[in-house]
Design a protein around this ligand. Structure first.
Ligand SMILES: C[S@@+](CC[C@H](N)C(=O)[O-])C[C@H]1O[C@@H](n2cnc3c(N)ncnc32)[C@H](O)[C@@H]1O
Length: 315
């Protein structure tokens, strides 16, 4: 079994296991030898003017991202993957999907898009002039066609696990893979907001379980996972949990402290996280009494269905 307990180094060296560079990601990347990193996974700043970023002109922001992505490409192993997790850039109430404007930077380097995973969650800001945003994306690129992809460790339970062929040469045999099914490219995973067990004072963490799925499928044991915009250390936590090496950079001292603290807790086995593949909370199944809207009362005054012809008559 892989030993999870290692020193957290400040400087990258391939003999280390865990590295947090307290500073700019380009400075970290410059110290990483070419073709050493198996998975680069990150959620970069979205240029929204959050507490850790200065809102820039979109072109300037994209130029900065391009400089980081070029260095990521250089450090990426030939069998490696880059996963860039992004949402929307918002300008005067209209949106620009960041994956769309970042895509040319990756494709111009020759990176190959394998999936655009939609990450759906239930919580977030309530918009009044457009539909509330309830998904972000992960664009997954590989450097070559000869890339690591391990499906079995990330299979999810089948909907009908006992289903069998009822005719033909396989009659009586299970019709689906007993190890579970491919999780697909729509991932329903709660985001790290208010009551989430992983919530810290960082405004934009991604959940450990989301990165675990990427680490398990795109790397093998002992390989390197690097996050240029580390935040609270989530990517390194997912990496060392599964016997991989982890590195990242972060500029804000309070997040560096949080990342170190969480990574040490992970090494000690005391970090609380939401388990991978846990179904999303279902209030009816959980027996929660607050499942009927108060305005429906007992008189069956439920909101009329839009398809119900009588709905139109209620003014
Ligand atoms: C969206 S957050 C990432 C959060 C992270 N995924 C987590 O789960 O905690 C982006 C982070 O990048 C950091 N950052 C911004 N510019 C940076 C740079 N040039 N180098 C390193 N980190 C940077 C910010 O301080 C912020 O914590």
């Amino acid at each position: 079994m892989f030993n999870k307990k290692h020193e957290i180094a400040d400087k990258f060296s391939i003999s280390e296991h865990t590295v947090i560079h307290p500073g700019d990601c380009l400075d970290l990347l410059k110290t990483v030898p070419s073709e050493t990193i198996q998975l680069i996974v990150t959620s970069p700043p979205y240029n929204l003017g959050k507490e850790y970023e200065k809102k820039l002109k979109l072109e300037t922001y994209l130029d900065q991202q391009a400089a980081v992505i070029r260095e990521c490409y250089r450090t990426l192993a030939p069998s490696g993957s880059i996963c860039w997790q992004v949402g929307n850039y918002v300008e005067n109430g209209y949106i620009i999907p960041l994956d769309a404007v970042l895509y040319p930077i990756f494709s111009d380097l020759g990176l190959r898009l394998r999936n655009r995973v939609v990450w759906h969650f239930e919580h977030g800001l309530h918009c009044t002039r457009r539909f509330s945003g309830r998904y972000e994306t992960i664009i997954w690129f590989t450097k070559t066609d000869d890339y690591v992809f391990n499906l079995d460790p990330v299979r999810v339970p089948q909907k009908y696990p006992g289903k069998k062929y009822f005719k033909g040469p396989n009659a009586g045999h299970y019709s689906c893979n007993p190890l579970g099914k491919n999780p697909g490219d729509l991932w329903v995973i709660p985001n790290v907001k208010s009551n989430h067990v992983e919530k810290t004072e960082h405004p934009c963490q991604f959940p450990v379980e989301l990165v675990e799925r990427l680490v398990l499928s795109m790397t093998n044991e002992d390989q390197w996972v690097l996050d240029p915009f580390l935040g609270t250390g989530t990517s390194i936590i997912a990496a060392i949990r599964h016997g991989r090496r982890g590195a990242g950079a972060e500029t804000v001292p309070k997040y560096i402290r949080l990342a170190r603290q969480r990574i040490r807790q992970e090494m000690d086995g005391t970090l609380r996280t939401r388990p991978m593949n846990k179904p999303v909370y279902d209030p009816i199944e959980a027996g929660n009494s607050l499942t009927v809207a108060p305005w429906t009362g007992n008189q069956g005054m439920a909101q009329p269905s839009l398809l119900d012809k009588s709905a139109g008559k209620q003014g």
